[in-house]
Every structure is written in structure tokens, then in C-alpha cells.
Design a protein around this ligand. Structure first.
Ligand code: FAD
Ligand code: NAP
Length: 337
């Protein structure tokens, strides 16, 4: 089957910041055959390519050159393994939150802490999504990719994905891999992670081992704290939590005893939201964009904002935090182009 290509395609509804943006050319990939056709097309026309899922971790400029391809490969397969283990394979285009909910309904557990993260299954390994003490790498068995260099499909196992804190091989080799399917090792036996205090506090006594209760609590907390992108454009946390050495942390701790930080191996992870909030940025507005009034880590689009404005605001926050704490904040979403 040949690809359906659309020119000058509006992307406003395909990025959760809601920035006005047009793709020179847009297509949707639903099958492995579409992926191969796309490869031939971009090769033949020598076009740049951006892969997109739900657009919830992307900051788009007003014009996106080349092809934007939305990976819309569907499918959910369950395979019973020994004991209570279940192997779950999701097509890259499956909605992430909807998949967790469907699994929960079928008594398959392990992804509850990652509820309500927007976007598609295929993007989840890209930044090794994480929330409330669980990261995708903790439950992932393998990722099926189409390798643009080798021109073939194959599986990368968990170790080969080189997962780290909000990081993976896919963030570094952006032009090499198209993720087509993601495989998880889950269980019919609940394995509840309640290491985060706000989550623990939100669970009714006696429900600590109930995955449905965890799922509901995560959704409740997130709905109360985070702006809904359909109402207020955003891409979730705008900066990663910086990781610093134990020495740096001790020095900062002496100056700021109430600083929020957590051990991360031998190093320390500082809560970027605390650093930004303490500098007084919460609720700040500049041009059409700003810092969310309830969560300093989330930058928002008040309606007519654009990529340049968000870049300017982010740079101001970064220099302020660097000057005050000597810590460089790294942007989490990807800017394109
Ligand atoms: P997109 O934004 O479309 O793409 C993200 C990146 O992945 C891009 O580089 C894109 O090129 C690449 N990509 C997409 N699909 C593929 C594919 N099939 N193959 C190869 N590359 C691909 N993140 C967290 O980690 N934890 C959170 O708790 C969290 N909460 C959020 C809350 C809100 C309100 C919002 C708006 C965002 C949040 N995010 C969070 C960020 C974001 O939702 C995740 O990173 C999500 O996995 C992105 O999925 P997506 O389909 O929207 O990806
Ligand atoms: P929070 O609970 O207010 O905590 C602030 C920060 O402290 C978080 O960033 C978290 O780091 C860290 N933290 C809290 N308790 C911890 C513990 N017991 N052990 C280790 N680290 C701990 O955070 P929040 O902003 O409301 O977000 C809640 C969760 O959702 C977090 O996991 C966050 O990452 C996730 N989230 C992510 C995005 C995104 O776009 N990436 C957006 C919204 C929410 P971590 O961030 O490393 O977990």
C-alpha cells in the first residue's frame, strides 16, 4: 500500500503545547509496510524526518521541514508465562494511559504508577518515562525497532536500550530507530510501589496492595496538580531534575537546609521544581507563556505563545538557577527543528 501524504499539515492539535506549526509533509504509519514505504520516500526525496506520537514531549517551531510521521501502529497482545508473569506487547501507536487501564481491567499489573502520562506506547522508552518511583525500564523486556541504517526490523533488549534517568539510546540516536512495538513483563500478582510520600498519603488504609487504588490515586494527584494540556498547553516537566555529586549536594545543603533532594546511587537528585519555585518563578508570565501557578517545573502556553517565547523564558530560568545554585538545568522535551 502506498502512503497517504498531506502537505502543509497543521500540527497544533498534535503537540500538547498547542503551538501553531505546519509540517511540510505529514503521514500516518499504521503497518510495517508503511514504515518501509516511508523509508523509500524520504530517501528518494532526501527529506528530514520527525517521528511523532502524541506530541507531549515536543516543542515545535512554526514550520517543520520534511516529513512528520505519526507512528500509529495498533495492537495489544498478552502471553501467559510461568507463574503469574504476563508478557504484554503494545503497538507503538497505542495510547499509553488507555493501555494501562485496559491491562488493569484484565488483572495485569505493574504500570499503575505511570498512569495519566500523555502520549503513545512507542514514545515511552524514548525518555524512559517515570513517575512515582517507577520507570518504564523497570517493567520493559524489549523494544522492536526499524533500524534506518540497517534497513530492517529487530528487537533490542532492555540492556541494549541503555536506559538511564529520563534517558535511553533513542534520545541519542534520534535518526536511527523507529519504535514499532514495546514489550513488557508484567504480572497478575500486584507489585505495588509506594516509595513516594504523596502517593502513599493518597491511599486509603488497607488499600496499599491494591493496584486499582494506586492507579486511581495517581490519577487524582495528577489531575489536581498538573494542567490539562487540552485546556492549558504544556509538555509536563520542562526541566530534568539535576543530578549532582555528593560534595556539591552537601555544600548546597549547608546554604539551603530545606532544599528538596533524593539520593540517586552515589549522587543526589535535586528537585528542579524546588530550585525554580524558590527563585520566585511560580505563576510568572512573559509574553504568551509562563510558569504554571501550581507547579514551577511546568511551563505553559496561555494560548498565543510560541517556541521562541518558551525558549526565551526557559533561558531566563536556567541562568537564574545557574547563578544562584551553580546548577545547570537541562531541558526535558525535544525542540524541533
Ligand atoms: P512525542 O512527544 O510525540 O515524542 C517524544 C519523542 O519521542 C520525540 O523525540 C519523538 O521523535 C520520539 N518518538 C515518538 N514516537 C516514536 C517512535 N515510535 N519511535 C521512535 N521515536 C519516537 N514524562 C514522564 O517521564 N513522566 C511523567 O510523569 C510525565 N508527565 C507528563 C504530564 C503532562 C501533562 C505532559 C504534557 C507530559 C508528561 N510527560 C511525562 C512527558 C511525555 O508525556 C512523555 O515523554 C511521553 O512518553 C511522550 O509521548 P508522546 O507519544 O507524546 O511522544
Ligand atoms: P513531587 O512528588 O512533588 O516530588 C518532587 C520531586 O522529588 C520529583 O521530581 C521526584 O523526582 C522527587 N521525589 C519525590 N519523592 C521521591 C522519592 N521518594 N524518591 C526519589 N525521588 C523523589 O513531584 P511532582 O512534580 O508532583 O511529580 C510526581 C511524579 O510525576 C514524579 O515522579 C515526576 O517525575 C512525575 N512527573 C513527570 C513529568 C514529566 O513531564 N517528566 C510531569 C509531571 C509529573 P522524579 O521526578 O525523579 O520522580
Amino acid at each position: 500500500m502506498s502512503l497517504q501524504l498531506y502537505s502543509d499539515y497543521p500540527l497544533r492539535r498534535l503537540n500538547t503545547f498547542g503551538f501553531e506549526s505546519y509540517a511540510q509533509c505529514f503521514t500516518r504509519l499504521e503497518t510495517a509496510g508503511d514504515v518501509i514505504s516511508l523509508h523509500r520516500y524520504v530517501d528518494e526525496h532526501r527529506l528530514p524526518l520527525l517521528l511523532i506520537g502524541g506530541g507531549s514531549n515536543l516543542i515545535l517551531g512554526p514550520k517543520v521541514p520534511g516529513v512528520v510521521a505519526q507512528v500509529a501502529i495498533a495492537g495489544m497482545e498478552l502471553e501467559a508465562l510461568a507463574g503469574d508473569a504476563v508478557r504484554v506487547t503494545l503497538g507503538a501507536g497505542e495510547n499509553w494511559h488507555g493501555s494501562i487501564e485496559r491491562l488493569l481491567e484484565q488483572g495485569v499489573y505493574g504500570l499503575e504508577n505511570l498512569a495519566l502520562i500523555p502520549g503513545c506506547a512507542g514514545a515511552a522508552p524514548v525518555q524512559n518515562i517515570g513517575a512515582y518511583g517507577v520507570e518504564v525500564k523497570d517493567r520493559l523486556e524489549a523494544v522492536e525497532v526499524y533500524d534506518w541504517q540497517q534497513r530492517r526490523f529487530y528487537w533490542l533488549d532492555n540492556a541494549e536500550c541503555r536506559f538511564a534517568y529520563r534517558d535511553s539510546i533513542f534520545k541519542h540516536e534520534t535518526d536511527r530507530y523507529l519504535i514499532t512495538r514495546v514489550r513488557f513483563l508484567l504480572s497478575r500478582q500486584p507489585d505495588c510501589v509506594l516509595s513516594y510520600k504523596p502517593l502513599r498519603d493518597a491511599i486509603e488504609p488497607g488499600q496499599e496492595g491494591n493496584p486499582r487504588a494506586i492507579f486511581d490515586a495517581v490519577c487524582r494527584i495528577r489531575r489536581a496538580k498538573l494542567p490539562d494540556p487540552t485546556l492549558l498547553g504544556n509538555a509536563g516537566s520542562f526541566f530534568k531534575n539535576p543530578i549532582v555529586t555528593a560534595g556539591q549536594y552537601q555544600a548546597l545543603r549547608q546554604r539551603y537546609p530545606d532544599m528538596v533532594a533524593y539520593p540517586e546511587g552515589e549522587e543526589f537528585k535535586l528537585a528542579a521544581g524546588w530550585l525554580i519555585d524558590r527563585q520566585g518563578w511560580k505563576g510568572y508570565r512573559q509574553e504568551g507563556v509562563g510558569v504554571h501557578e501550581h507547579q514551577a517545573l511546568v511551563l505553559v502556553n496561555y494560548g498565543e505563545g510560541n517556541r521562541q517565547q518558551i525558549e526565551r523564558l526557559a533561558e531566563r530560568i536556567q541562568s537564574d538557577v545557574l547563578e544562584q545554585y551553580g546548577v545547570q538545568l537541562e531541558v526535558e522535551p525535544r525542540f524541533y527543528p
